[in-house]
Ligand binder design. Structure first.
Ligand SMILES: C[S@@+](CC[C@H](N)C(=O)[O-])C[C@H]1O[C@@H](n2cnc3c(N)ncnc32)[C@H](O)[C@@H]1O
Length: 471
């Protein structure tokens, strides 16, 4: 891994741009996750808060708009962006983002910074960077040419910065106006949603504490116990440090409400790290009973333990396991099981924009066998009469409704919980304006619900299954 010099020379680019370029290069070259690479970069540097905020904006904005920017760069450079070396590509994307999307940076300043970055990172490309940037600042060839009817998807993909295969996939499911709204919603910056820990606080007190520290706070879009917060790093807030709040998208906050655990129950969370849902389950159980939090990676389970400590929860017990192979004594032991399955993550391409550029049809297909193996194990761990909630941060049919159908076909003792009861659970959680589908499952979409794309399906295991499980 190559690094830019830690301190800029007298003519170096601004610290925020250098930090953003380093992070974007790590994402580009090493397939790093943007959130982790950015956190590591910001932890290492001693950037003032304004530069930190700008670096964050540059990283996420550039990744979100990468497809749009690459199309533009290709037209201006006379060759596809993919044919440029990674450093030149990253520098030009950063410049394009500042010229085209970000307000407040004069184009000349964006170009000057790009050329400085090139001198530090790839001096032989400084001439090309300068030439392309000058054309960018004159906003030449910004839009893809309006082409044939067959090119409409390609154009839409570029204008809304999504990969073409994904636009084609969604175009087969929704009408054109809804498709555009969906693509637009994935590029909108949204406030961070937080869940309030009712064992320690309530939404009014948590909101007042955040406002006192200079955050802007709005009520949740879906849930009465959620808040939406802008204007700072939640991790720095006193309300966070005191265990009053946990950052969690409102779609994910629905999971524990639908599984609806009661105090003193035995609950199993099969894929629990970093613990967003496990800690919510424990909160709803008033920290009485037991939440067994399993994950494949022991290192990630430390995040669950840390979250439990911060929230003052003692009922969570972490257990490192491959959840496809659980201890035999766990069979039939649990009142409730949550399977928040590893998935393509294509519902969170707004918050985790690099996912859209790293995935393809195979990414979706490749998750299916693991999800089925985990579902089969979840069924075995559940007692008769117990409930299983299956969730994914994807709304792709193969990972969602097809898996729910597979479950009831392969395990006839599993019955979907009726739509009317799911509606009642949503109502009890204070959720407004969200309706389950005919089969009782719940699908959330960014443009309809203002949340991540998310899927939830609730099942009950029959008390005395007449039929043995197949497979
Ligand atoms: C979607 S994330 C879970 C998020 C978590 N439920 C939360 O709310 O914070 C999926 C998790 O599954 C874990 N995982 C992947 N394969 C697994 C396996 N075979 N057994 C157990 N956990 C697994 C991953 O390490 C990852 O932490």
């Amino acid at each position: 891994m190559r690094h830019l010099p830690a301190s800029p020379g007298p003519r170096g680019a601004s610290p925020a741009r250098q930090a953003a370029a380093r992070v974007l290069l790590r994402v580009e070259r090493n397939q790093a996750f943007a959130n982790r690479a950015l956190a590591a970069e910001l932890d290492r540097g001693n950037l003032p808060s304004r530069e930190r905020a700008l670096a964050t904006q540059l990283v996420y904005g550039t990744l979100r708009w990468q497809g749009r920017l690459d199309g533009w760069i290709g037209r201006l450079a006379g060759r596809a962006s993919s044919q440029l070396d990674p450093a030149t590509r990253v520098i030009l994307r950063l410049a394009g983002y500042q010229v085209l999307i970000l307000s407040g940076v004069p184009p000349e300043a964006a170009c000057d910074q790009a050329v400085r970055l090139a001198h530090g990172l790839r001096p032989q490309a400084a001439g090309l960077v300068n030439a392309v940037c000058r054309r960018m600042s004159r906003r030449e060839a910004v839009d893809p040419p309006a082409g044939q009817e067959g090119d409409r998807t390609a154009r839409l993909a570029e204008l809304h910065s999504h990969p073409r295969w994904l636009v084609e996939r969604w175009a087969a499911r929704v009408e054109p106006p809804e498709l555009e709204a969906w693509l637009e919603a994935n590029n909108r910056e949204s406030p961070v949603a937080v869940r309030v820990n009712r064992l320690r606080s309530d939404p009014d007190r948590a909101a007042a504490s955040l406002v006192r520290e200079g955050f802007q706070v709005e009520p949740g879009a879906l849930l009465s116990e959620a808040l939406r917060v802008h204007g700072g790093r939640i991790g720095d807030a006193a309300a966070f440090r005191s265990g009053w709040i946990t950052p969690q998208d409102e779609s994910s906050q629905l999971a524990a409400h639908l599984l609806a655990p009661r105090a003193h129950e035995q609950v199993l969370d099969l894929c629990s790290a970093p613990g967003g849902k496990a800690t919510h389950l424990a909160e709803l159980m008033e920290d009485r009973g037991r939440v067994v939090a399993v994950d494949l990676h022991p290192g990630k389970l430390r995040q669950v333990e840390e979250a439990a400590r911060r929230l003052g929860l003692r009922s969570i017990e972490t257990q490192p396991h491959d959840a496809r192979v659980l201890p035999p004594e766990w069979e039939g032991r649990f009142d409730r099981v949550l399977l928040d399955a590893p998935c393509s993550g294509l519902g969170v391409v707004g918050r985790r924009p690099e996912i859209r550029w790293r995935s393809d049809e195979e990414t979706i297909r490749s998750r299916v066998p693991l999800q089925q193996a985990l579902l089969a194990r979840a069924v075995r761990a559940l007692r008769g009469g117990g409930r299983l909630l299956y969730t994914t941060c994807s709304v792709e049919p193969e990972e969602t409704r097809a898996q729910a159908a597979w479950l009831v076909e392969q395990h006839p003792q599993m019955v979907p919980v009726a739509r009317s009861e799911v509606e009642a659970l949503l109502e009890r959680a204070g959720v407004h304006g969200l309706h389950p589908g005919d089969g009782g499952d719940v699908v959330l979409l960014p443009h309809r619900n203002g949340t991540d794309g998310f899927f939830l399906a609730l099942f009950e295991k029959k008390e005395n299954p007449a039929l043995p499980a197949r497979g």
